[in-house]
Every structure is written in C-alpha cells, then in structure tokens.
Design a protein around this ligand. Sequence first.
Ligand code: CMC
Length: 428
Amino acid sequence: MSEKATLEINGEKYEFPIVKGTENEVAIDIKTLRSATGGVITIDPGYKNTGSCESAITFLDGEKGILRYRGYSIEELADKADFLEVAYLLIFGELPSQEELDKFHSDIKENSVVDDDVKKILDAFPKSAHPMGVLSSLTAALTAFNPSSVDVESEEDMYNSIVRIMGKFPVLVSWAMRKKHGLPLEYGDDNLGYVENVLRMMFKNPNREYEQNPILIDALDKLLILHADHEQNCSTSTVRITGSSHAGLFVSLASGISALWGPLHGGANQAVLEMLEAIKEDGGDTKKYMAKAKDKEDPFRLMGFGHRVYKNFDPRARIIKKAADEVLGDLGVEDPILDIAKGLEKEALEDQYFVDRKLYPNVDFYSGIIYRAMGIPVEMFTVMFALGRLPGWIAQWREMRLRKEPIGRPRQLYIGENYRPFSPIEKR
Ligand code: CMC
C-alpha cells in the first residue's frame, strides 16, 4: 500500500501521497493541496523545504557529504574523467563511448564561431564592466544571431542549440576577459581539446604562440568538473524557471549567469579572494575576521563558508583543497593567502559558532587560490564557475523541457493593504 501523509486544518483531514526518490529521499506530494483545501498553500521562503521538480541528473546528500552526477561519484569523475565527458554525461545521461564523444566534440567545434557583429556589442561596454555582466549580456545576445535556437521542440532542435552554446560560450568567456585587459579577441583552434582551447583563447599573447601547460589543463579540467552541476541551486532553478516559459536556451542561460553572479552564490569565489587579500593587508589577523563573522551587528560573513545543503562537509571543497596544494606546488607558486585560508579554516572548524551552525568551507573557499595561481584574474573567477556550470544548466533545461514541466509560477501570501478607494491627488 502506498504511504500517505495526513494534514489536519481546522479539524478537517486531508491525505497526500508520499513519494520516494531512488535514494529513498521522501517527499509529500502536495499537487492537489489548493484544490482539495479550497485555497490553502504552503509558504517556504528560500525554498528550504520545497522540491521544485523530480530530476535524474545530480544526487547530493548534505549530511553525508555525497555528490554524484548521474550516479557517478564526484571524487571518481574529478580523478578519472575529462570535462567534456562529464558534460556529455550530465546532458545525455550516460558516459559517452569514444565515438559518441568524438561526434559531440566535432559538432561543438563546428559551432564555435561567434558572429563577428557580437564584437560590436562587446565594444560598447566600458573596460570597467564586470565580465559576468558582459557574459550574461552576450549570451542573451546570441539569440539574435541564432534565432532558430528559440523554438525547440524536437530532441534534434535541442541538440543543435546545445552544441552551439557549448561551442560559442568559451569564446565569449575569453572575449569578456580579453576586452578588460585590452587584448585582441581570439578564436579557438580546432586541433585542441575543449579545455586546452579555453586556455589558449584566454591567454594567447598576440605576438607569440601559446604554449600549453599540462598542469593548467589538468587543474582547469578538475575545477570545471567540480562545478559542472549541483542540482536545484539558485542559478539552476533560475535557468529552469526561465526556460519553463519556453524562452530559448540562450536567454535561460543568461538569466542563470546573472543569478550566479551574486556573492552568496558563484560570486563567492571572487569575494573569498578579496576577503583573504584584505586579511593579509590588515596584518593577517584572522581572529579579528572570525569575530566580525560571528558579530550579528556586523554584516561581514566568512565568504566560502557555509552551504544551504551541506551540513557536514562539501566534498568538492576537500578535492579542491588537495588540488590547491598540488597545483601551487607543481607551478612553484608560493601564495601567502593559502596559509591564511588554511589558518582561517582551522580556526573556524574549532570554533563553537561555526560548529553549532555546521559551517564548513564550501567549493569556493579554495578555488580562487588555484585560479590565481593559474594566472586567471580575480574578476574572472565567477566566469570560470559559469563555464563549469554550463553543462549542468543545459542538462537541467533539457530535462525540464523533455519532461514537459509546467511553467514555474510560485504562489504568495499577500500581506499588503486591504481594498481602499482611490484618493484624488489633491486630497492626498
Ligand atoms: N559566515 C558567518 N555566519 C554564517 C555564514 C558565514 N559564511 N554562513 C551562515 N552563517 C550563519 C548565519 O548568520 C545564520 O546564523 P543564525 O542562525 O545565528 O542566524 C546561520 O549560519 C545559518 O545561515 P543561513 O544564512 O540561514 O543559511 P543559508 O542556508 O540560508 O545560506 C549560504 C547558505 C551559502 C548563503 C551562507 O552560508 C553564506 O552566505 N555563505 C557565505 C557565501 C558563500 O560562501 N557562498 C557560496 C556557497 S557554495 C557555492 C555556490 O552555491 O555557489
């Protein structure tokens, strides 16, 4: 017999089915709540208890610190797969055969030229523009240059839009950075792997060939994999909800990029580095900043700490912390802020405030230190997160469309004025 949950409102009982996920997660299905009760809704700001969809893409268990893409553990994927394989896995559900991966890559390369007129839009931005704003705008603008990517009905239409954006997005990422640094805009090289190509497009100097460094390729591959999906976080929910109105893929992604920009989400990686720099400039007094983070009168938060779902540890942070040591070691970079970060982590993990609230370093705490060692400018950190999250957003958008999910439209509890008659301006 199927399990049920009973809800009693003013003595009246209502039953709702209990549904279970493949990892035995339990949810109460309240689809009929309003109609059965004559208008009662649930209220849950920040959606802390609300499942917005059923999804087969990513599983995470915040208590146990588990993260899996399509059933594969993040530890194994970060160690053994490359980013394009992971992108294919997330989007299409299975690890690709060599043939499938080659076709995917070749279709992406076929679509990796951005209309030259996009440069005119880029030109109009001031150099001071944050690359996340530039990336979001240019990603939305791509719709105008690829109008057929909007009305997607068949899986083939979807595939075409997907390989287009997988091809063009790294070009926009590199342009957003090169514009800021006054460098001529680059296109990729079809002979290179996806991640190698990203590095070349970002860093190629106009007067010399770009020399690939395997340490950088491996480090970026790992970082992109670790960021590739994270189920229904703020930006992914934004992509799904924008796409649920059947707006095109590119604008759905542009709205996700905007959501990612904020310091409580992807923008945290830039904020962490700026915070660590500020602590260093201030004499390295970590205790002072710990006290500020705990002071309820002070808006300061320890950036890179805490997570809505992980209440034990963030498995991505563990992998990144180890990678930070390795990459800095391999590159021969000594960065004093790595020591400050480790000191801060140690203090926080032993501090009652952080222990009580289950606040641990998250994915963004160490990633910026690796990006910096790789020569990536701080304002590009969140852009790199977006590049990694691209396949996750695409996978979630595709799943939402294939499952024919209804348009996203939450309810509200109105707490404003009751009806009052209009008063003419001379009487106000
Ligand atoms: N520093 C100090 N106190 C904190 C922090 C922090 N980083 N994070 C949470 N708290 C406190 C918060 O003040 C609250 O205390 P109290 O119960 O006394 O009022 C308690 O911990 C619970 O916090 P919350 O804000 O209710 O938790 P949330 O689930 O709504 O927020 C979060 C999660 C990630 C937004 C938050 O922990 C935060 O702002 N962290 C810093 C920003 C950051 O690193 N973001 C990256 C997240 S991971 C990557 C990504 O998603 O993009």
